[in-house]
Design a protein around this ligand. Sequence first.
Ligand code: GDG
Length: 467
Amino acid sequence: MSRLIVVSNRVNLPSGDGEQSVGGLAMALSAALKQYSGIWFGWSGQTTETFTGELNVQTVGGVTAATVDLEEVDLEEYYNGYANKTLWPLFHYRNDLAAFDRAFDKGYVRVNRRFAETLAPLIQPDDVIWVHDYHLIPLARELRALGVTNRIGFFLHIPWPAHQVMINLPRHRQLVESMFDYDLCGFQTAEYQQAFEEYVLSEADGAVVRPGLLKGFGRHLEIGAFPIGIDAPEFAQMVKSARARRMRDLMAAHTVFRNLIVGVDRLDYSKGLEERFLGFEQFLIRNPDLRREVLMLQIAPLSREAVEAYQEIRARLDSLSGRINGEFADVDWAPFRWVNRNYRRDELAGIYGAARVGLVTPLRDGMNLVAKEYVAAQDPEDPGVLILSRFAGAARQMQDALLVNPNSPEEVADALKRALAMEKPERIRRWSTLFENVQREDVAAWRDAFVGALTSGCLQRRPALVS
Ligand code: GDG
């Protein structure tokens, strides 16, 4: 293999000093690219009046990035529109929030074409191309139309929804059919892979030829489950860093005789923050004797602020957090801290390390890397307890967490009580299994499994089947 070309909507180069942009995908890709010579291609984050396709190339920390500016209307229709107002809510089972607008659809196709036209001239014959996430589902179709015959893989970082949910999307068949221009499509879990199979079986005259090889739309596609992980060695170093230690000490000093419960999420309705706050409120209502023994800290840096649903959820959370503190706080104590700042990763490692409970309760999540970071940051001799939503992809690998239904405040409250009362031997036993998995199935294992399957895939690009 000569080079790996990674394509994602945004390119976030590593800064190498623990200060990195927020988002699981950015974390995972910068870690993956450190290992391969190649290019990371995507949108610069800047807009211009007219699209020029001019490339900006720079190399930072061993990773070469090639970025392109988009037009304002692209941002509206493709990024804020089809990606974040249509696909994101729908794939997270929030049909009620999904906007279906043909202008978004057109913008999505246009930007995928623009990406393809800008990228195609950079591609050399032996390059392997790895496309990421829901923003770029039809990219392979556009590249193929330009004559690109290289192997192209796609990885979906978010859930693949159930068939009955998927068919709410206008033109769903066209979107899924475009996936058959990839050589390999990867999902976070076997459940999402299965949901994809079910769609193809019912909507595209499909069949499972053998495990991992699907027929549909008269063509073949390799598929697989590749659960993403964190950069475990990097995280282990960060946990030991001076900044992480300082932060851990600071948090410990603020919670003397109290247990810290921590949540860290991008501010997003899929993360179940409202339900989590209600769960914590339930805990306080039902356990008056424990109230003064806890502090809940929720860190939630703002994201996608241009999308109305994100402004609305923020307003609701502001009011809910105010209500909880108003109801329970005393002159010398308040149970809840709600912070919308973005912290450095090494500081986050320190905060996780100081927390007796990691509360990770998304309503739906492709994987959820915070759960894994929390585990990686614990003191092996006195680890905290992870409470994890059953509906996070991570739940499949992390069965030793306390698994909860995030929609039930009572269940969350019960899990908090149980976590806080858990004796050290049980905490160590549960944590050891979780930690072992976080170490083993880390981002390097994910990357190698996907790239391995893409490069050595026994399936050569096949001509359309003759029916
Ligand atoms: C998508 C999928 C999938 C959070 N706050 C701060 C901060 N973060 C970092 C966390 C973590 C990342 O952002 C969030 O990753 P998640 O996986 O939890 O969630 P998404 O951003 O929704 O990611 C998800 C992931 O892609 C990878 O495939 O797991 O299911 O939705 O790394 O630590 N980082 C910094 N400051 C913060 O305040 N520096």
